[in-house]
Design a protein around this ligand. Structure first.
Ligand code: GDP
Length: 317
């Protein structure tokens, strides 16, 4: 955490906080951090709180009356999963997002923070992406319906603020990685996919990487993402805001960094039959630095080292 910032406990200690998606990668890390900051965390399973059910969601929140809602639940995955599931990624996420923000406002919560995604930006956008370009064009079509569900949530946050003065914000997160990431290869994003592959390769075998290696992405370490997300409750008023690092890496460079972190010397091969997706993706970190005084702290090499150690331990367990 940045030295000059107040502790997160100033906002969250003693508060009843609902975390949706609490069994997922981001949600679990949010719960851990909130618990460490002294919050009273309500982390219902999907069975206990079905966000696809509008009436049940409203009733559950009306009964539990959380003061702050941190919405991390998604039906999502990496590029391959998104391309194969445009219905689930569009329909489910649109419904869940609409139901949870409605229920949060109706139950009297004072803050709603929804986890957004850099994929909500236009497919072709000046890099680094600044918040004023969000609505300039349609997102990458392979994750279009998912991205549109995030855009709807962003729009609803603005609507709730404009009409009811309900503090609702959906920060746009860079691609997450780190310990605790999903191990399901069918849904994996690139870092998780490459790390899982590299730790199980024989020493001389090359690491296979999808596509051309030329697309760029930005990767935020999970602890940084959690902190940036939670700090958005301290904005003076809701606004579109990126939570990223501002550091752009090609997929080829990422693959090399993954091999270095895992000490793998078998080289890299590219599989051009697999899709590249969006050509470039990298968020500007400047608005968050200005409004929140916050910047990500963990660089890619260090974050990958920590994550490799976790993958090796998870594999051995
Ligand atoms: P995206 O940011 O929504 O495109 O999410 P991903 O993390 O799934 O993909 C990011 C980039 O990594 C794309 O250009 C992929 O082609 C590339 N990539 C390379 N190897 C892999 C892999 O094994 N799995 C995934 N999901 N992406 C890969």
């Amino acid at each position: 955490m940045s030295a000059a910032l107040p502790p997160l406990s100033a906002r969250y200690a003693g508060r009843r906080v609902l975390v949706t998606g609490a069994r997922g990668f981001l949600g679990r890390a949010v719960c851990d951090r909130l618990t460490a900051e002294g919050a009273e965390v309500w982390a219902p399973s999907r069975a206990a709180l079905d966000l696809l059910d509008r009436a049940a969601t409203k009733a559950a929140l009306a009964e539990a009356r959380p003061e702050i809602v941190v919405h991390c639940a998604v039906d999502g995955g990496g590029l391959g999963w998104m391309a194969a599931h445009p219905i689930e990624s569009g329909l489910h996420n649109t419904l869940m997002n609409a139901h949870i923000i409605e229920a949060a406002e109706a139950c009297g919560a004072t803050r709603f923070i929804g986890a957004g995604s850099a994929c909500a930006y236009p497919r072709l956008c000046p890099v680094p992406f600044t918040e004023d370009h969000l609505w300039d064009g349609y997102p990458e079509p392979t994750n279009g319906p998912y991205a549109q569900s995030k855009r709807t949530l962003i729009d609803l946050c603005a609507a709730y603020w404009a009409q009811r003065r309900f503090f609702a914000v959906t920060p746009l997160l860079a691609n997450l990685y780190g310990p605790g990431d999903h191990l399901d290869p069918g849904r994996a994003h690139v870092v998780s996919a490459l790390l899982q592959r590299v730790v199980s390769l024989p020493p001389e075998a090359p690491l296979t990487v999808w596509g051309s290696g030329r697309p760029t992405r930005e990767f935020i370490y999970i602890d940084d993402a959690v902190e940036g997300l939670l700090r958005c409750a301290d904005l003076d008023e809701p606004t579109t805001i990126n939570i990223g690092t501002g550091e752009e890496h090609s997929i080829a460079a990422l693959a090399e960094a993954v091999c270095a972190a895992a000490d793998h010397r078998g080289g890299i091969t590219f599989d051009p039959t697999k899709p590249d997706g969006q050509p470039r993706k990298c968020l500007s970190a400047e608005k968050a630095a200005t409004l929140l005084g916050w910047r990500a702290q963990v660089g890619l090499a260090e974050g990958l080292r920590r994550t490799v150690a976790w993958y090796r331990a998870a594999r051995a367990a």
